[in-house]
Design a protein around this ligand. Sequence first.
Ligand code: AHR
Length: 502
Amino acid sequence: MLTSSLILHPAYTVGEVDPRIFGSFIEHLGRAVYHGVYEPGHPTADEEGFRKDVLDLVKKLGVPIVRYPGGNFVSGYRWEDGTGPKDKRPRRPELAWGVTETNEVGIDEFQSWAKKAGSSVMMAVNLGTRGPEEARNLVEYCNFKSGTYYADLRRANGFEEPFGIKTWCLGNEMDGSWQMGAKTATEYGRIACEAAKLMKWTDPDIELVVCGSSGSGMCGDWEAEVLKHTYDHVDYISLHSYYGNPANDTASFLASSMDMDRFIRTVCAIADYVKHVKRSKKTMYLSFDEWNVWFHSHGAPFEKWSVAPHQLEDVYTFEDALVVGTLLMTLLKHCDRVKMACLAQLVNVIAPIMTENTEDGGRAWAQTIFYPFMHCSAYGRGTVLDARIDCPTYDAKNAKGVPYLESCAVYHEDTQEIDLFAVNRSLEEDMAFTCDLTAFGGKELSVIEHLTMTSDDLKAVNTADNPTAVVPEANGDAKAENGKITATLGKHSWNVIRVKMN
Ligand code: AHR
């Protein structure tokens, strides 16, 4: 049996969690939009064609912000195609993913879907094949009240009130050779700066996210050069990172969050360097607006130029859920700088929610990764505590000194609750866990619940026929005694221990 301990103190905090850290992402890609959120013929479809079974699952996850419409898709997108009467909208070859885009859904529909989901929209503009002019027109269309061309076009399309979209991404992954209109850091820095100016002059209340690197391995000079051009005009820099286990080396895979941690620290350091060079008083915040496990579906075939084929449909295993849990804790532990993050993506495409499309409807279900996200979104909105942790470590192929325990503690002062999230990375041994809360003033402690999620089979998955193969249970053994919480964290398990202080 391994042992680990955590010491918490109310005065030692990382920061307040911005709920937008529990954001997600819907791209016009595969079956995310069509047959995912939108399927007019489905028995649960509402009057606008949105699947209510999917909406219910999204609400269960609690997703305050959803990035849209891409992704690689946005770098060739004409936003006007997705507005106005549906029968007049053009079908176009979509070059990012090699499919046909029907434009049945655009910003008019998506902002309505987002409202129903209880989310706001994080809107990306095309800085690949287009530029500042089209970007500022879109801000006018979405956010201007009336009396100008694009605002009145929106009203003519049936939307009297502005959409009021606050958060905007200045393109997507512009450093990637796979991107339509990819740019050097200098080219992108300049166009992002000019787009930012026009967009903020159109609506000074918006916030802007400038593109950082497309992966942790690409970061460095890109961020420094882009921020040199844009620092005064933007509010966030983006980070994207995906992890996988193609070599079936689970010990290394479970250490993925160490890479995410290093990536965040590096981008903070670069942003702070530019802040110093510019003698700026502004701190640049981070938007980790694409993150997830993504590797199962690599190379899966699909029919070129078809509409909404099965693309990037990773079927997530139990071990993927453990990794997602550690990634979520890593984001939380950087909540002083990471203000937004988007699990990429939300439905069907590398997603926690899957749907079937059959003649008579089709089911929707939660993949394994749904659950750690749901738990963190429900219980992770509070003050992250700066824990002192003691636990043994192991060496993996991709990282040395990997702690067997990954954990994060969130304090809710208003309800006097502390929620502890923990993963035991050991594949062989259970862990005796102690959390010392005596610094909270000798309050009487009680355990509200100890949720666990585990499986003997690391590769177990949820499917339409067996949607509950891997689900959390309230069966943990956590107990409170003398100002401390003790619990057993089963080998390779996800845990949520909810503690009340009286
Ligand atoms: O989320 C899938 C793709 O991953 C996105 O379109 C792109 O931005 C990233 O490379």
